[in-house]
Write a protein that binds this ligand. Structure first.
Ligand code: EPU
Length: 336
């Protein structure tokens, strides 16, 4: 069941060719539990590998979560509860829900990664976050090897954050996620500027449906974000920084066209992509890696770059942004 010295290149969207000392792919819960019963001292749990920068060979055991299956758990007049196993590809799952005419995930189409890793960082795009339709998830406690259920409130979802990334980091493996999706009367989110213009471009002027929205989202993402199957990347490399009104005012005086979104009474979010572009990094290449030409928040491996190269670039960007704007950019990607 275990393999030795396995290349992780197919298992991470940056396409980093590092080796796992030992590797196993868990196809079902029993396999997963029996692997963990061997008490591996060093363990890396790998989902879709789309939010991970591997900078060196991995010592110890890598467990690839390959649990599959989608089922309808409950259906009433308004909603359907759907449960998906952690190893299902996120976008394939979104397409499955759309095929069933279920609403709720259409804005989250084409996000790389798997169902089981989606709650960890509360994936979000175009005005919607996973937490908006998340009911609960089942997670394996790595100490007790028992399954526990986490409700939406238990997960303490926040912008690109949850308990699985903070207080319980490294303590659970999510094995399945349950969503509440609408059968009809879908709650459509079309206010994100790019969605409006993409719908118009597609000839949809009134009453878009969930299929129109997912098509628009797919169109926008394909035009701006590189396909990890063709060009190594992990989506947004940094989080969008949140600053106080006072700090924003100062920045605004110096950079009058700085884009911003209100988060709360005293907090504003600034697009990291704008900071990086303004600092002159957009489209810059450094040999076989660089900053994407259509989205400054995305770092890319043009082929053969190492994790260390990309880590160095990310640090250079962070240092430059700190010098110019006084803002600390926080990495969204896990660096190992
Ligand atoms: N912008 C630039 N330069 C660029 C790109 C964007 O200045 O190269 C500015 C523009 O002002 C634009 C604003 O940034 O209006 C926002 O850009 P965009 O709509 O592309 O979104 P983002 O803030 O860069 C976030 C998420 C994405 C998600 C999009 C759409 C984060 C860290 N990223 O990016 O998520 O797809 O919104 O909702 O919150 C991901 O997490 O991997 C990811 C791709």
């Amino acid at each position: 069941m275990f393999q030795k010295q396995v290349s992780l290149k197919p298992y991470n969207s940056f396409g980093m060719d590092v080796k796992a000392e030992r590797f196993v792919s868990a196809e079902n819960l029993e396999d997963l539990v029996s692997v963990l019963e061997t008490n591996p001292s060093k363990l890396l749990v790998l989902g879709g590998g789309s939010n991970l920068l591997l900078t060196k060979d991995v010592k110890g055991l890598v467990v690839h979560i390959n649990l599959k299956g989608i089922e309808i758990c409950e259906r009433n007049n308004e909603t359907t509860l759907v449960k998906a196993a952690a190893g299902e590809n996120w976008h394939d799952f979104v397409l499955w829900t759309l095929n069933q005419n279920l609403g709720g995930l259409e804005n989250l189409a084409l996000i790389p990664g798997n169902v089981g890793t989606a709650p960890v960082q509360n994936i979000g795009a175009y005005g919607v976050e996973l937490k908006d339709s998340f009911v609960n998830c089942e997670a394996l406690n790595l100490k007790t090897l028992e399954i526990e259920t986490f409700s939406n409130a238990d997960c303490k979802f926040d912008y690109r954050n949850s308990v699985f990334k903070s207080q319980y980091k490294g303590q659970y493996i999510i094995t399945a996620v349950c969503f509440a999706l609408t059968n009809s009367n879908h709650i459509l989110k079309t206010s994100y500027g790019a969605i409006q213009s993409e719908l118009k471009k597609n000839g949809v002027h009134n009453n878009p449906n969930i299929h129109d929205i997912s098509k628009a989202v797919i169109g926008i993402r394909q035009s701006k974000l590189p396909d990890p199957k063709k060009l190594g990347n992990s989506g947004s490399f940094f989080k969008n920084p949140v600053v106080t009104k006072k700090i924003f005012k100062k920045l605004h005086n110096q950079f009058p066209d700085i884009p911003h979104y209100t988060v709360s009474e005293n907090k504003l979010k600034i697009p990291a992509a704008w900071l990086i572009e303004t600092a002159g990094f957009k489209g810059k290449t450094f040999g076989n890696y660089g900053v994407h030409k259509h989205q400054a928040l995305v770092l890319v491996n043009y082929g053969g770059a190492s994790g260390k190269d990309l880590l160095r670039l990310s640090k250079l960007i962070q240092k430059t942004i700190k010098t110019i704007f006084g803002i600390e950019l926080e990495s969204e990607v896990n660096v190992l």
